[in-house]
Design a protein around this ligand. Sequence first.
Ligand SMILES: N[C@@H](CCC(=O)N[C@@H](CS)C(=O)NCC(=O)O)C(=O)O
Length: 214
Amino acid sequence: MKLYIAQATCSLAAQIVANELGLSPELVHFDVVGKTTSNHDDFAEVNPLGYVPVLRIGEDKHDLLTETAVIVSYLADQRPEAGLIPRVGTRERVEAEQLLTFTATEIAQKHIPLMRKLMTPEGTEWTRNKLVAAYAEIDKRLSDGRAFLMGDKPSVVDAYFWATMWHERSGAQIEHLKWVMAHKARMEALPSVQKALKDEADMVARHRALAEAA
Ligand SMILES: N[C@@H](CCC(=O)N[C@@H](CS)C(=O)NCC(=O)O)C(=O)O
């Protein structure tokens, strides 16, 4: 397997899940600004829409998965015994999918135009308010004292939710949400998260060094 990642993006979710499962996909760094990859793959062929994560699961041209929610679910389903995602057909699975979709649409994709400073002042205010409301919902969920979003153990949902905590870059004021902030700290203490951050930093540095040497 080959996992295309970019710096400080939602691809960290896929790395965390792979780490939790003990899987070691080959990591390829995509520079979203320069559009180059660390292994010289043409990213326009990998994903014509130009975004990560992308997971290559085979050699055929169709063996490329996109969409973070799908990639983390696919990975977790490879090792169901690890308990990173509930089994298909259960009420818990639907709940996990609901939270993954919520993270994709109400959180990740709301942050992006703010981070890129693409919005009018009215659009900025509306989107920031939407984000704060979405985080408040998650805060409410965590307020029963559960350690992670699906219960006592980390799941794909935690990985994705944590990987899109871009509030500092998008200006969404959520620091008062104490359950969300405690969850963030708990995630950052996990070895799978620390390894993901280190592997990403190493890949970025290697890619930069290659670009400078060229
Ligand atoms: N629909 C995709 C969107 C992924 C996405 O927005 N990726 C960002 C990083 S988090 C990216 O690669 N952006 C680069 C670009 O769009 O140019 C998903 O849910 O995975």
